[in-house]
Structures are given as structure tokens and as C-alpha cells.
Design a protein. Sequence first.
Length: 372
Amino acid sequence: NGELPPEGMSHYMTDEELPDHYSRLKQRVAVMAPSDLTIVGDIGQGSFGAVKKGIVRSSQQVHSSNHSEGAVLVQHILDSSLDSGDKASMLRCLGQHVAVGKHSHVVALMGLVEEMTAVSLVFEYYTQTLKQHLTEARAVTHYPVYAEKHRRFSTIDEQQVLSILCGVARGLQWLRCCGVSHGSVCARNVVLVDGCVPKLTGFGLLSYSNDLYVPDYRRWVARELLAHWHTKTDAANDRGHGYSHQNGGSSGDKSSRGGSGVVSSLQGDVWSFGVLMWEAVTLGATPYPELRGDDLAPKVQTGLRLPQPQYVANDLYQVMLDCWQLDPGERPEYPQLEATINQLAGEGSHLLFSTYPGFQYHLYAPHQEFRD
């Protein structure tokens, strides 16, 4: 929509400019005392350092039932581990979170803690993901007595699923207004507050993996991004080294770290939202489980789309198809998506989780959602 990039998202800073830029950003963030933060465990590894679980104390504590004793996510960044390019990339990501601020449907930066040789960036922390919520709601699998008694294959109702999607759309619209592209919209990157309020995570400094699971987002991203990945992978293979698709960036491509690089786009997030819609109505199914990630780009470019579930009406499926328009400019805006989903939810017959003869869940294949 022509918004100016928020402070912190410029694409070039000299070494001399970095300290001043950090100081300007710090003025817009709550600075916590080291004694206010206690690290209690490891979570994973981000682009710029270790990601840990912490506890904040006293006046810094977050008042939410999902924050056990003020639990927070901490991105711990050692100054000595970053060269000037890394520092500039980190500041761009920090600038994104500063610009986004606090929003009902986006995980927020709470503050930072400075030490002599490191800085810890403190974020809200929620443990229940939408993916977990959806897959656990598969009643035929997990609660067969309930499923038979109520003749339903889901323990969550249709209205809740559609309400969550509307909340995600509002969060994505806010990111868009802040000039921030998410780059990896999917159910794993949505957390739930009190089991029903969605918040976006997994972008910028909230992107991380661990030794066991490295997410592979190619099943959710737009065809133009897949094509970019496919081309870049071929080039990397020609040079004889690997290419990491986490958040669309290579391990050596600092410009694309944290989902903020060339392969992320605002309209690409709309495509991903359509895939998230499909993921939600199928109760956590894996997109294109029959295909390897490397094979997706040509298939999607030549028209492959996710199938319409039998229990999803044409009008609701059309919303997904609109998100998957080949021309990014023809994809709907988030306010339009939210309004349409709200209208369909009000009509009450476009998504029905009632069992029927021959019902089967769309396949959830977790091994396909992570990199080998």
C-alpha cells in the first residue's frame, strides 16, 4: 500500500552508523535490569544466537494465563559472534519488532537486557501452537468415543477455526501496515493465547530451530518465492555447497535472514495465508504430502493447488483459491479476507466438521514439514 519502511529496515548501514542506529532503536524499547531476567532453559538456535526460555520478575512480569511465572522467550546475542554484516541484519530485524510494537495478534518484543558483551532481546512466550491445537482436535483419532457420540471428527467447532483465521488476518494486516513481511506463515508459526486468540510468531528474531527439527516452509510459500528458491538452489548446487531454505534464506545470505530478505514479499504472505486456511480446515494436514519439497516449485508453477475438502463449501474454498492467484497483485487484501471469512462464518454452513460415510482425515505427515 505504499507504506514507508519503519525505522530499522534500511538495507545498508556503515560500521560507524551501527552504534547510533542501535541507540535510536533502544530508546523505543523497555530496557530491563539483568536481575529482572533469569534464564531457565534452552529452546533452539536463531540466526544471531541462542534462543532460550526465561523468567521475568517484578514489574516486568506479563499478566497472562499462558505466561507461567512470567515466562519469556529470549534471543541471546553475543557481540563477538557477529560481524558488521550480521549486526546490520540483526538491527534490521530488531527494527521490525520495534516498528510492530504491541498488537493483539502478534507476539511482541517486551524489552532488552544489556550486558558487557551481549544483549538479550525478550519476547512474549506461548507454548501452544495452532498446529498442535489442530492436530490434537482430530476426534476420530484421539477421542473416538466423542466422535461417535457427537458424529463429529473435530473437538473444536467450526466457528472457532474461522475466528482464529480472522485473527491471523488481522495480525498479518498489522505487519503489512508496518512494512513487515512474515515470510513463513503457517500453523506452527501461530501461537494461541488462552486456547483461542492467535498471535503470529516465527518472523524476524522470532525465527529459530533446534538440533532435531529445522522447519521447511516451502509447502506454504508463494509460487514466485518457490521459483526463486528453486533457481537459487540450483545455483548453490552448481557451486558445490548446500542451501538452507529456513525462512527462505541461505546460511550465507545475510540479507534474507529472519524472513526479511529478497525472497519474502507482502503478497507472498497472502498466498501463505491461503495455505494456512487449508491447514486449519483440515485440522493440521500437511500441504502436498505426496511431494518432496524439492519437487514443489515446478508443480505449483504449472497450476497445482491444494484440494477442496469434501466438507468445505465452494465459497470458502474460493477464498483460498483467491489467495493462490498467480499474479500477486490479484490476491486479496487482509481486510477483505477477514470480512469474507466473517461473513461465511455468520452464515454457518460453509465448514462442517460432521462425520459422513467414508470420511478420512487429510494426511498429517510431520516428517515432510521439516528438513532432512
